[in-house]
Design a protein around this ligand. Structure first.
Ligand code: NAD
Ligand code: LMR
Length: 324
């Protein structure tokens, strides 16, 4: 058994956290040999409900859980944390876009970045889930200058997994047969799911996918899947978001040679994307880190789509300059 690590989760009394925490406690994120001190953070009015989550965790008698802290104090919550899932933020309602949340949610991530900078382990790995996730991650990152910007990521894994599922459905095949999916850009309705390099059972599918299906069906389906779920459930995705968050952190920590989509700081990228935005690039995870895939040729048509998502991220950033 390893020594325990500290895992902070914000929005710990909310829906996504309720689907994530128990799986994390069971070892699905950091493995069966990694004991965990859970630091559950929410706002003060949610403390009673968070106490209930703690009671339930205790009742599960998870062997890996060594301590459970519930708090609204950010310094207490992030102290010596090696991992942080920043989930706590308002979800959108029917008819809204995720960027409409920036005004209310952006300001949550400045004090969290400051606290992480002040008290967290300097090697902390951070995943921002709360929407709009990319720009919220940028806000947290800017406020934590002592932490390497590459340790801040924003969640694109749900979009990536949604793309896998749609391709599996289209080709009537197993998820495990599909490789090299890419989702570029923002976790918003401008994101660019890209199948140019996608392989099904080892065969590139570019020449066999119909442009009409790709452009009129696949791209908008992925871009608007979150809204489709809100329309159906009356609530935004929770279990699938929690699953994506666990997969993102697990692969970052333990490695995964498959191509993954990771929202990361764009500085110094090889695709000509502007610096200082949190942009999703195709990446592989190894040795506790991740690297973007190089040598990808992007068609002119896709470059036009990518420009739209890049411009949106620049606009989002420029609307929160006071928080950076
Ligand atoms: P929820 O309303 O069920 O829970 C949010 C929780 O965050 C609440 O308990 C609330 O009290 C807490 N919270 C609010 N402000 C906080 C703060 N300053 N510090 C700590 N906690 C705070 O919402 P949810 O369904 O869990 O969704 C959370 C966020 O995740 C939303 O913004 C949603 O849009 C987003 N989301 C992102 C993705 C993605 O792929 N990136 C997917 C699904 C949902
Ligand atoms: C999702 O993609 O399901 C989440 O970002 C929630 C939303 O607002 O769409």
């Amino acid at each position: 058994m390893n020594d325990p690590v500290n895992v902070a989760i914000t929005g710990a009394a909310g829906n996504i956290a309720y689907s994530a925490i128990f799986r994390i406690a069971a070892g699905e994120m950091l493995g069966p040999d990694q004991p965990i001190n859970l630091k559950l953070i929410d706002i003060e009015p949610a403390m009673n409900s968070l106490k209930g989550v703690k009671f339930e965790l205790e009742d599960c008698a998870f062997p890996l859980i060594k301590e459970i802290t519930t708090t609204f104090d950010l310094d207490e919550g992030f102290e010596n944390c090696e991992y942080a899932l920043l989930i706590g933020a308002k979800p959108r309602l029917k008819g809204m876009e995720r960027k409409d949340l920036l005004k209310d949610n952006g300001k949550i991530f400045k004090p969290q970045g400051i606290a992480i900078d002040r008290v967290a382990n300097k090697n902390i790995k951070i995943l921002v889930v709360g929407n709009p996730a990319n720009t919220n991650a940028l806000i947290a990152m800017h406020n934590a200058p002592s932490i390497d910007p590459k340790q801040f990521t924003s969640m694109m894994r749900l979009d990536h997994d949604r793309s896998l599922a749609q391709v599996a459905n289209k080709f009537n095949t197993e998820i495990s047969n599909i490789k090299k999916i890419i989702v570029w850009g923002n976790h918003s309705n401008t994101q660019v799911p890209d199948l140019s390099y996608c392989e099904v059972s080892g065969n590139n599918i570019k020449s066999i996918i119909e442009d009409k299906w790709y452009e009129d069906n696949f791209i908008p389906r992925i871009q608007k899947r979150g809204a489709e779920i809100i329309e159906a459930r009356g609530l935004s995705s929770a279990a699938s978001a929690a699953n994506a968050a666990i997969s993102h952190m697990r692969d970052w920590v333990s490695g995964n040679k498959d191509w993954l989509s990771i929202g990361q700081i764009s500085n110094g990228n090889s695709f000509g994307i502007s610096n200082d935005i949190m942009f999703s690039f195709p990446s592989v995870c190894n040795d506790g880190g991740f690297e973007t895939i190089k040598d990808i040729v992007i068609s002119d048509k896709l470059l036009n789509y990518i420009k739209i998502t890049e411009d949106e991220l620049i606009k989002e950033r420029d609307s929160v300059l006071d928080l950076l």
